[in-house]
Ligand binder design. Structure first.
Ligand code: CTP
Length: 144
């Protein structure tokens, strides 16, 4: 059994997240997602629209996701890799190179990010109303 691990905030879940989760899961047989807690997001100066419990509920319902764990701080990755017997660590390529230090512990794969959609743009749209550019109706899948 090949076990895959990824991390993120997954606020206002969108097609870019689903493409990432689908491709990460397809690399193995089991996908664990480390979901940033609200306190950790505060540390990262990222304010999610949805609280941890709601993001957890939504993410857990995705069929590509087998388990969701809490991400409390940057330093827990090596312990998570060991505790969950992880073979492959996956992130979007906006993080290219950032986690190469994990290579002694497992494979590290960066997947192309889906263009033209992000939680930040959706949050802006939702909180600022119709003045800003609406989110793309059909964001292209990576490689499409
Ligand atoms: N991701 C992706 N394509 C997107 C947006 C996100 O592949 N268009 C990936 C990221 O690279 C990361 C994972 O989804 O591996 C979780 O990203 P997250 O930070 O939660 O999503 P963003 O939409 O980028 O959020 P924000 O705008 O708040 O940074």
């Amino acid at each position: 059994m090949t076990r895959v691990l990824t991390y993120g905030t997954f606020d206002v879940l969108h097609a870019g997240h689903i493409h990432l989760l689908q491709r990460a899961r397809a690399l193995g047989d089991h996908l664990t997602v480390g979901l940033s807690t609200d306190a950790f997001n505060q540390q990262k100066h990222k304010e999610a629209l949805l609280p941890f419990e709601q993001r957890h509920t939504v993410l857990s319902a995705i069929r590509h996701v087998d388990a969701v764990i809490a991400e409390h701080h940057w330093e827990q990755k090596i312990r998570d890799i060991r505790d969950h017997a992880i073979d492959i660590f996956v992130m979007g390529d906006d993080w290219q190179g950032e986690f190469d230090c994990l290579r002694p512990h497992c494979d590290v794969v960066y997947l192309p990010r889906t263009p033209a959609i992000s939680s930040t743009s959706l949050r802006t749209h939702l909180t600022q109303g119709a003045d800003d550019v609406p989110p793309t109706a059909h964001p292209p899948a990576p490689g499409a």
